[in-house]
Design a binder for this molecule. Structure first.
Ligand code: ERO
Length: 311
């Protein structure tokens, strides 16, 4: 089988292929990040969303594997943004995406100010969609709050920055979030974060499977693929052409990667399946994607990106 041209451009960065880790997956500690640097067919490294101060996160159990995906209630455990800002400036093996999150808009501005003042020239991603911090709503479900925070960000931030979005479920909400995002010079959207506040029930024990928030947590993996694809597609149809899309959610096969790209994704990230299968998943997904492209006569991702047909 001939090797395909899988290179992808996002902002000012060229990636060797379309695949990324989903933020939160194997990217919190130095050791995990070093593993990602060595992982073949992982084109770039996304860091765990970083906050102003280090956080331990929610109590265990906080991740639960399911036959059809996963539920997590991690609660934003991370080493604090200075660690990740330092890391992305040291990392030479692959391009990085520095994910940041705030417990308040003021926190976000403080963290981004330091990134702006640093030597880091790579891509930053503002996570507006963490579902698991008790008492903190997902910012991007509030279109007014989202606009306000982006107005503050773009008063001073001039480096490449995108946003991580929660899944939307109503076409009007796609219109509303796209109208906000199209007013700002963001490089990309990453869609979707986990499907927030699902509830998994262990019938034998008659109890929930994760501890925080009474068992409510973010759903990921195969069960969210159609939701993820709908979000990629709906946003591609509404966002300015110069806003790239990272498709996240539900990828277990090369065909799923293909489907994300067919819906308009520039890059695709993988979360739950990395936990299930290990970092070798990126080799398998790439082989399956290339085999599918060969079967269909495609040489590069641009040959089919966004070309989903309607009936
Ligand atoms: O609980 C978390 O740390 C978390 N889980 C998710 O599924 N998505 C997130 O964005 C997130 C924290 C930022």
């Amino acid at each position: 089988m001939t090797k395909k041209n899988l290179t992808t451009q996002l902002a000012n960065v060229t990636f060797d292929g379309p695949l990324l880790n989903a933020s939160g997956i194997h990217c919190q500690t130095s050791a995990e990040l070093a593993d990602l640097a060595k992982t073949s067919n992982l084109a770039g490294i996304v860091t765990k969303s970083a906050t102003l101060f280090p956080r331990k996160g929610n109590e265990n159990p906080r991740y639960h594997d399911l036959p059809y995906g996963s539920i997590n209630s991690m609660g934003l455990p991370n080493l604090g943004y200075p660690f990740y800002l330092d890391y992305v400036q040291q990392e030479k093996a692959k391009p990085t995406i520095l994910s940041v999150a705030g417990l308040s808009a003021d926190d976000v501005i403080e963290v981004l100010s330091d990134i702006q003042d640093s030597k880091y020239q790579g891509i930053t991603e503002l996570n507006l969609s963490c579902p698991n911090v008790p008492g903190k709503p997902q910012t991007a479900y509030d279109f007014v709050a989202t606009r306000k925070v982006l107005e503050r960000v773009f008063e001073f931030f001039t480096k490449p920055i995108g946003v991580k979005l929660p899944p939307y479920f109503d076409l009007v909400h796609f219109d509303q979030i796209a109208a906000v995002l199209n007013d700002f010079p963001i490089t990309h959207v990453n869609t979707v974060n986990s499907v927030g506040n699902g509830l998994v029930v262990d019938v034998a024990k008659e109890q929930v499977v994760t501890k925080a928030k009474g068992g409510f947590g973010g759903l990921g993996g195969a069960m969210i693929l159609p939701t993820a694809l709908a979000n990629v597609r709906a946003l591609r149809q509404r966002l300015n052409d110069n806003i790239a899309i990272i498709g996240t959610g539900g990828v277990t096969t090369g065909a799923d990667v293909f489907a994300h790209i067919l819906c308009g994704a520039d890059m695709v990230s993988v979360g739950t399946q990395v936990i299930k299968e290990g970092l070798g998943v990126y080799d398998r997904l790439t082989q399956e994607l290339e085999a599918l492209m060969t079967e269909k006569g495609y040489e590069r991702l641009a040959d089919f990106r966004g070309q989903l047909r309607e009936l």
